[in-house]
Design a protein around this ligand. Structure first.
Ligand code: M6R
Length: 607
């Protein structure tokens, strides 16, 4: 999704802007641009494509104040004309998010004589600020007035050629934070863009407006009240976002899973028992009378929720519903104040998940828990309880280590809920904890299958469709495998609970259709084997991920890989890994942009 970097410092900030944009590339974008207050006024450089092209185009540009942007198209096609910054008179604006009332603003500004040169909603902000500056010459005040007219979600940064040395920023709904450096002040969509200059970060709240100068920052609310925000020292490791020995971030992140899981599970330590307190000081109090769980999430995070549903119902005996956040937020639902609302999100900024959480709270559902990878994110800040997965920064658009660490967190939640509800003996709890502790080692063993999976992936070079099958708690894993394959290799993939085959999808199966099956030796294996026979009988080519104990013969048309260990309830965490590797290598064979697949963004901060 779009990214913003802004700087006001004592020396040339163009390298800081470009480096910051590079760090935000992972969010997904199609064009980039920057504007500075130069000796002759606003100097703007924009380009379609990669930040490296913008960097080359901006080689001669130098100034102490500027704003920069990576754009992920919402209003208007990706092209230079629509790329940010947008200018009006002497001001330039970059913007993330969506201005919902831009059409009426555009009509109003057109009537006032402003000419629009782009198809974007952002250009209305540029003209609006320019118009307001005629009566209110102070940029800070003019932006404050403009923000009172904007409806929607946004983060903006504005410069004015008549007020060099100053950047004004504001946020409502879209993330934006400030960086306090020794010789300058900065703003960006996320902390990774600013680690190059400072670790001292200030997280703006919705409705905050800040002025950045080389000397420091000041913040006011939209209604003009001054406000202080705490300074956080970021613990994000700059090295964590380097590619190192890997070809792609996705590959790096797949291989980081043992460490990510170990870090996430460190909270369990050497204990034989887990306390509710791992979800926050209030957890014991809040969880004791929970009668149902409602999980809200999008994409991969929704798949982790769907997996957890099997655990929560089977082990903790608590009924669980999983809803896609974008559906729940607009649906008339029946609120239950004793329901635990669990918002799952890697980024913690996904607009639909955040809105769904707020919607649940507005219905009086105050038992809320965030399972999230970004501690300072909005979803965490707005939830009563939290569990921070310690996956480290996930850069590849395709979520991998965030998913498996979410599953680990959700399994811990299952154990806590089971204990609170008196459904778990000490011996069972200790056995599950031992299994969790062994998980990083078990994942490492699965990763050794990479070369065999790579060989399988070569057979996908000419495929246009694929079918994924799973049953029970492995059905969401089949869904996740299909999502991974389609988003990075662009092979159309569908996932079905294997029992559904003969109710429709079997009609698609022929010799051209690879059918990938998740087949551990669980209570549903015999049922699954019959479903696989149905595929073979129609000539479908089977790719089966079984495990050490699963008795499935490898025959003609049945390719078989065995995961080294059978892992019982926790088996979904192991079985998703070969599917991640399969889609990664299929994407390499297809030659797609693995880390930045077309049309997708890492962090979906707009609806
Ligand atoms: O940051 P979140 O976990 O809230 O993101 C949700 C989805 O946008 C995300 O999981 C998406 O589906 C991934 N690209 C899947 O790999």
């Amino acid at each position: 999704m779009c990214g913003i970097v802004a700087a006001a410092a004592g020396s040339n900030i163009v390298p800081v802007l470009v480096e910051g944009l590079k760090k935000l590339e992972y969010r997904g974008y199609d064009s980039a641009g920057l504007a500075v207050v130069g000796a002759t006024g606003i100097e703007r450089v924009r380009s379609v494509g990669r930040v490296a092209e913008l960097e080359a185009a901006a080689a001669g540009t130098s100034a102490p104040t500027g704003i920069a942007h990576t754009r992920w198209a919402t209003h208007g096609v990706p092209c230079e004309r629509n790329a940010h910054p947008h200018v009006s008179g002497g001001i330039a604006v970059v913007h993330n998010g969506i201005i919902e009332n831009y059409e009426s603003l555009r009509r109003e500004l057109t009537d006032l004589g402003y000419e629009f040169t782009s198809d974007t909603d952002t250009e209305t902000i540029a003209h609006l600020v320019e118009h307001l500056l005629r009566a209110e010459p102070d940029l800070f005040r003019a932006v404050q007035l403009a923000c009172r007219r904007l409806v929607g979600a946004y983060a903006i940064a504005v410069i004015d050629q008549r007020q060099p040395g100053k950047v004004v920023v504001s946020r409502e709904g879209s993330p934006l934070l400030l960086g306090l450096g020794d010789t300058g002040s900065y703003a960006a969509s996320d902390a990774s863009a600013l680690l190059q200059v400072t670790r001292n970060m200030v997280y703006l709240e919705n409705g905050d407006i800040a002025e950045l100068t080389a000397a420091g920052v000041r913040i006011e609310r939209r209604d003009g009240k001054p406000v202080e925000r705490p300074v956080h020292v970021s613990e994000l490791s700059a090295a964590a976002v380097e590619l190192g020995q890997y070809r792609h971030y996705m590959q790096k992140e797949i291989f980081e899973q043992p460490e990510a899981l170990a870090n996430t599970l460190e909270i369990v330590g050497g204990a034989k028992s887990i306390q509710p307190g791992i979800f926050g000081a209030e957890a014991a109090n809040l969880l004791h009378d929970v009668d149902q769980v409602l999980i809200l999430a999008c994409g991969t995070s929704a798949h982790s929720g769907m997996t957890a549903r099997y655990w929560l119902e089977a082990i903790a005996g608590v009924s669980c519903t999983v809803e896609i956040a974008s559906e729940y937020r607009y649906r008339t639902s029946v609120p239950d104040p004793r329901q635990l609302v669990v918002a799952i999100s890697q980024s913690g900024e996904t607009a639909d998940t955040l809105a769904a959480l707020r919607h649940a709270k507005s219905l009086g559902q105050h038992k809320t828990l965030a399972i999230c990878n970004v501690p300072e994110s909005a979803i965490v800040r707005e939830s009563a309880l939290r569990f921070i997965t310690r996956a480290g920064p996930e850069i590849g658009v395709a979520s991998t280590k965030a998913f498996t660490t979410q599953l680990a967190a959700l399994f811990l939640l299952t154990l806590v809920m089971a204990k609170v509800r008196d459904r778990l003996s000490e011996a069972e709890e200790a056995a599950y904890i031992d299994q969790l502790r062994h998980l990083p080692v078990a994942v490492n063993k699965v990763l050794t299958l990479e070369s065999e999976i790579e060989a399988w992936a070569r057979r996908f070079a000419d495929k246009h469709h694929a079918l994924f099958l799973g049953r029970g708690r492995h059905y969401p894993i089949a869904l996740e495998g299909a999502l991974k394959l389609k988003e990075i290799s662009y092979i159309h993939a569908e996932a079905y609970p294997a029992g559904e085959l003969k109710h429709g999808p079997l009609a698609l199966v022929d010799a051209q259709m690879p059918v990938i099956s998740v087949a551990p030796n669980d209570e549903l294996l015999e049922k699954l084997k019959s479903n696989l026979q149905e595929v073979r009988a129609r000539g479908g080519e089977l790719y089966v991920f079984a495990d050490a104990d699963a008795e499935i013969p490898s025959t003609e048309g049945v390719h078989m890989l065995r995961l080294p260990e059978h892992y019982g309830q926790l088996s979904p965490i192991l079985h998703v890994i070969p599917l991640q590797l399969l889609s990664y290598h299929a994407a390499l064979v297809k030659g797609t942009d693995v880390d930045k697949p077309r049309n997708l963004a890492k962090s979906v901060t707009v609806e």
